[in-house]
Design a protein around this ligand. Sequence first.
Ligand SMILES: Cc1cc2nc3c(=O)[nH]c(=O)nc-3n(C[C@H](O)[C@H](O)[C@H](O)COP(=O)(O)OP(=O)(O)OC[C@H]3O[C@@H](n4cnc5c(N)ncnc54)[C@H](O)[C@@H]3O)c2cc1C
Length: 548
Amino acid sequence: MGLRVRQFGQIGHKVVNVETVNVETPVLSCPDPNFKLLIYPFEHHLELSKHRSSIAHYQKMQAIASQTRVAPVGVAQRTVNVNKASAFMGAPVGHRSLGIAKPLAKSQQQVSGRSLSMQVYAVKDGTSLDRPLRVAVIGGGPSGACAAETLAQGGVEAFLIERKMDNCKPCGGAIPICMVEEFDLPMEIIDRRVTKMKMISPSNVEVDVGKTLNDKEWIGMCRREVFDDYLRNRAKGFGASLINGLFLRMDKNGDGPITIHYNNYEDGSKVGVPTTLEVDMVIGADGANSRVAKEIDAGEADYAIAFQERIRISDDKMEYYKDLAEMYVGDDVSPDFYGWVFPKYDHVAVGTGTVVNKTAIKQYQQATRDRAKVKTEGGTIIRVEAHPIPEHPRPKRFEGRVALVGDAAGYVTKCSGEGIYFAAKSGRMCAEAIVEGSAKGTKMTGEASIRNYLDKWDKKYWLTYKVLDILQKVFYRSNPAREAFVELCSSTYVQKMTFDSYLYKTVVPGNPIDDAKLLVETVGGLLRSNALRTGKGVEVSFASTRET
Ligand SMILES: Cc1cc2nc3c(=O)[nH]c(=O)nc-3n(C[C@H](O)[C@H](O)[C@H](O)COP(=O)(O)OP(=O)(O)OC[C@H]3O[C@@H](n4cnc5c(N)ncnc54)[C@H](O)[C@@H]3O)c2cc1C
């Protein structure tokens, strides 16, 4: 009795693909822990195929088959078409290789005029594994590093693939204080504590915000090259495999294992060595230009282009900015965002962003520099950087066993342009759902865990994104509206509410009387500034509902 089947699987990082095999034993599994043989002949009179691909393949499979053992009970089974060589043998252990058990129609079972069928055991979600669940995390920024750390801590085998280990992500580097405690960040990676903030209106009216902060409250300023490096190495310390490589593409072999193709730079090569890796799940944490998102056709979402210059200024000028951040609003600095001066380690970062008129970004940058000129003049530009900032969650944030997190998913908030905390948090939440769904890496899991992460995410943050979207549309729409916005920021109540929700990422219940006063002040301010009579009507939208 013989049976032609296709074999693929993995030994270490090497993918084995054997086309032809003679299977003699009814229910088999491979002794190699990286393999599981999940096939047995349904009919006992099958003949050995005439189309064996090569003697070498045949012998290799014979060698594996001779050491086989009985597969564990409790796996799902499905009838498949032998002719299409779609019977998988040796998929990575415990892999959900063929999904839901469903027999094919009789007509689909014709092989060379004969009806052949066999049953393939597919490991369903929830089936116990005899090796840990394997997850590749693409991108080692805050989202990827935090995902890999949580996976590794939770018993999952995590591979963190980062193309550039000393990457200096163009970023203001501002983080809320709650992140320090929540992500257990050491103070060494935080260069400065901002306790004062100035909102500066189109007519240069300055309002000091931050008056409500107590002496334990501040906004952290960090250098991303330091910050990301710390998080990546911490993930490694918890057992994640940190790989210096450029992700290229992936093959999603039906419901079988996902093959990651990447260029490995580990040996110091600049070009990289083409390498493959087979995993059960993939987390795309590769930023706004995500290749993983493209691989799953996640769709495009609006993005802003942000431009930033790092300027080294004299010590006395730096003294002014040592604990102060400035935000400039006005048509001159951006039609739909704000310009900023943020203090960094030994210099300031001056930047701006826009969605609606990207080609004019340099003109807006010049205007931001001009507005801050007195305080930064004489400085030397030490770095110029530009990068997209996603404006919306992508239309689709997952497909099957591939999920997106951080900028790859589109999780930057409108109005403030904040993304570091949300990146780290989404990476962690996605990983937590996988750890939970896989019972700490001991069981197969996939889409259900990803849906669990997305449900929790949307429940927790949908309102935050929505409110900031509305604020941006109302207050950044014209110079009169911006004047009203800055005026509003002088309210102690507004400052408290804003800082509390930024610093602690919780929606703090307000005082109903103050809320009513705030509403009156807002409408009054907008009317005084003639804000509502200019520009287009307010259109507010959130993520598309097209997600599967
Ligand atoms: C100018 C500017 C200023 C900003 N200022 C702030 C701020 O002050 N505060 C704030 O909270 N947010 C800020 N943001 C937003 C913030 O930078 C992002 O939201 C945050 O970095 C997202 O983290 P992430 O891990 O999702 O993606 P990223 O930080 O973009 O990390 C993605 C990682 O993936 C790697 N990668 C990409 N492609 C591949 C590949 N093919 N293979 C392997 N690796 C790959 C990259 O090298 C990178 O390390 C700013 C953004 C910009 C552009």
